[in-house]
Design a protein around this ligand. Structure first.
Ligand code: HEC
Ligand code: HEC
Length: 219
């Protein structure tokens, strides 16, 4: 009994030390790409100021936005379809907390307002996905292709006709992935790896079905 207590105290002290050393930040873990927005006011900002700031800080050097910009990182035009404002705030505050290996630098913000302004600007760029309309398409391969386009999966993946090439290339997914595995993965990428960078798009089963049929197809 006493031995057990000692062990327990040792364990608790060890844990406390570990928490202290690894710091609150690591302990918090990565940010969940939740679609449940915290009240929008919390991240209210000025899109015009955000646009100017992105220009001044030259985010375009690495990111495509609209028709211009680099391809070191994902195109940001539709980033608000895949990342919540909360996720974006934490990402911009310090990207390496969400992805230790990231090539994106941490910026020295003068205030949180600056980050909110950028988020407000990014929010104006997205084109919402009308999946009900897309899913009326009877040819599942075609519907999947339209969804991949609408959700802008190519901001990160090369899929058949092009896209960014810094993450898994999905052009030949049909040869190496299994449809059932893909469906589970797309439902919640972080279920496999809490540090997954692949966003959770909160796709419906029908959307996933079409997307997987398209990705697996040889066309
Ligand atoms: C030196 C290149 C570089 C610069 C400059 C840069 N980024 Fe990034 N950014 C990246 C990379 C690379 C990623 C992808 C993360 C990874 O793979 O590590 C990324 C990811 C992001 C993401 C998440 C994208 C997604 O699809 O989830 C956002 C948002 C973002 N950057 C915004 C910005 C903003 C805003 C600026 C300017 C203030 C900026 N970045 C400047 C390289 C850069
Ligand atoms: C912000 C970048 C980003 C976007 C946008 C993105 N993905 Fe991913 N995806 C990743 C990353 C990174 C991985 C590798 C696993 C990880 O680190 O999370 C991945 C992995 C995958 C995999 C597993 C591939 C393998 O070989 O294991 C599939 C399938 C996939 N993504 C499909 C999609 C689809 C479909 C979309 C659009 C609805 C999409 N992704 C949009 C970043 C992205």
């Amino acid at each position: 009994m006493r031995r057990k207590n000692k062990l327990r105290i040792g364990f608790i002290l060890g844990l406390a030390l570990w928490v202290w050393i690894s710091g609150w930040v690591t302990f918090q873990g990565p940010i969940e790409a939740s679609s449940q927005e915290t009240s929008d006011d919390e991240y209210a900002g000025d899109p015009v100021a955000g646009k100017k700031l992105m220009r001044d800080l030259d985010c375009y050097q690495c990111h495509g936005i609209g028709k211009e910009g680099g391809d070191v990182g994902p195109d940001l035009t539709n980033v608000r379809l895949r990342r919540s404002k909360e996720w974006l705030f934490q990402w911009l505050e310090d990207p390496s907390l969400s992805r230790p290996s990231t090539g994106m630098p941490a910026f020295e913000w003068k205030s949180y307002e600056e980050i909110n302004n950028i988020i407000a600007y990014l929010d104006t760029l997205k084109t919402p996905v009308d999946s009900a309309k897309i899913l009326k398409e009877k040819d599942l391969i075609k519907a999947g292709e339209m969804l991949v386009e609408a959700y802008d999966c190519r901001a990160c993946h090369t899929i058949k006709t092009g896209g960014l090439d810094i993450y898994p290339n999905l052009t030949k997914a049909g040869e190496k992935l299994r449809p059932e595995w893909d469906k589970k993965f797309l439902k919640d990428p972080s279920a496999w790896d809490v540090y997954a960078f692949m966003p959770n798009f909160h796709l419906s089963d029908q959307e996933i079905e079409a997307i997987v049929v398209y990705i697996m197809s040889k066309k």
